[in-house]
Ligand binder design. Sequence first.
Ligand SMILES: [Zn+2]
Length: 251
Amino acid sequence: MQIDDLVILGRAAPQHLKNGRTTICLGGFSYEYGFIRIYPTKPQMGVKRWDVISVEVEKNDADTRDESWKIVGSRDNWDYLEDSVSKRGEVKSQQARREIVDNNLSSCVNELNSQHISLGFIKPKQIFEMYFGDNPQYGKPVQLPLFSTHAKQWAAVKRDYAKEPRLRYECENCLTKQGFHDQVVLEWGFYEWMRKNPNNIEQVWENAQFLSENHEIYLLVGNQQNHRTSYMVISTISLRKLDKPTTKSMF
Ligand SMILES: [Zn+2]
């Protein structure tokens, strides 16, 4: 399938594949095809959030989720995978960004789960807590090929971090019995900040505009391939608050 309008929404912290490759899960939205997950991708893909790209994808036998795809030839062309992606533009205006998010908003994570949708936008009504939990992957033995040239590229992987950022929040119409969700944040930018500023990891929330009075926070959430009912925050999206009421017809 050829996608020519894929808007990059976020990239999750790198993970290691069994063959030692450092891989990244990419979340995006296509006006034509809806939510798209591309896995695996490389850390160095030359894309950032809100870029619009063209890419040819195919289904991955190992991942049956409707939204999941892999780049055609990603195994054979791994070293040059970035060449499979061409940048076509960028969603620059706040209004265009807001339309993507608002037009595809889900009311609660449970709604995504009950409809077996593996990616979606959530707008927290209230964020109860931004905190750091122990990373369950940290310190666990891992089997990587000895002397793998891929194993220690410049990117640290998720399991290298003792702590993981987490959010406790309530959706707009939260359907959970306990009234909140408690999810790990996987956004790569959080982990890059933590790697470079280990003595000031708390600032990730400020960096992502969680403390800003001028921004609204939205979450791109997704489930786990092997644990479909468990959702995580793949990316946090901040949009400037609207100054005054506007209607779409104005644009
Ligand atoms: Zn909810």
